[in-house]
Design a protein around this ligand. Sequence first.
Ligand SMILES: Nc1ncnc2c1ncn2[C@@H]1O[C@H](COP(=O)(O)OP(=O)(O)O)[C@@H](O)[C@H]1O
Ligand SMILES: Nc1ccn([C@@H]2O[C@H](COP(=O)(O)OP(=O)(O)O)[C@@H](O)[C@H]2O)c(=O)n1
Length: 203
Amino acid sequence: MHFTIAIDGPAASGKGTLAKALAKHFGFEHLDTGLLYRAVAARVLAGDTPEHAAQTLDTHHLTHKGMRTPEVGAEASRVAAIPAVRAALVDYQRKVARRKGGAVLDGRDIGTVIAPEAEVKFFITASDTSRAQRRLAEFTAKGIDTDLETVLRDMQDRDARDSDRAAAPLRPADDAITIDTSDLTAEEVLAIAIELVDEVLPK
Ligand SMILES: Nc1ncnc2c1ncn2[C@@H]1O[C@H](COP(=O)(O)OP(=O)(O)O)[C@@H](O)[C@H]1O
Ligand SMILES: Nc1ccn([C@@H]2O[C@H](COP(=O)(O)OP(=O)(O)O)[C@@H](O)[C@H]2O)c(=O)n1
């Protein structure tokens, strides 16, 4: 059985949390596609060129530590605007998306470019303040010294780069279901999403 769930949205909206929980619930594979761009960015920060880093990316690069720092996130959104970088990462993502047994992919262009044929598409949003507070809590838990104002500004800069770029900009697919998670717990978001997927999933 092929069944793809596409999840897109801006930074720290809760895409990854929902994708992981949906994959677990339905026994599907999960791919955090942001990790691909973060892994390219980490290699660029270590001296590689974006094109070479993307073309030679290997799954073991995805498990490296330090991928969720503000510096890697900012660089990820810069390399992600380069068409050759995006092109190098397409095949791997499409292969996962059409994997037998079902897949959940989260990112920015899953419903629009990587898997426009996905059976279910979600666009996950939340207010800027909620998202910045969530991201700050993550950074603080990791021992990264920053503050709400800085996190909010970096996040808005990154969202703007992701939305304004010419190559696969962040936007909901026409047939995506938007969920605003500002006032919902992760469990509430999951329950809503499961119900919507169940309506489409072959019995
Ligand atoms: N509905 C929610 N309510 C509150 N916090 C949430 C919710 N969904 C996710 N989070 C938390 O917000 C942070 C960012 O979530 P994450 O799923 O990593 O976002 P994204 O993948 O969109 O960047 C994480 O610490 C996560 O636990
Ligand atoms: N499918 C995707 C996924 C991520 N990205 C880029 O990678 C960056 C990091 O993505 P991420 O999903 O790890 O970021 P968060 O939403 O977790 O903060 C984004 O800001 C985008 O620039 C992309 O362009 N396309």
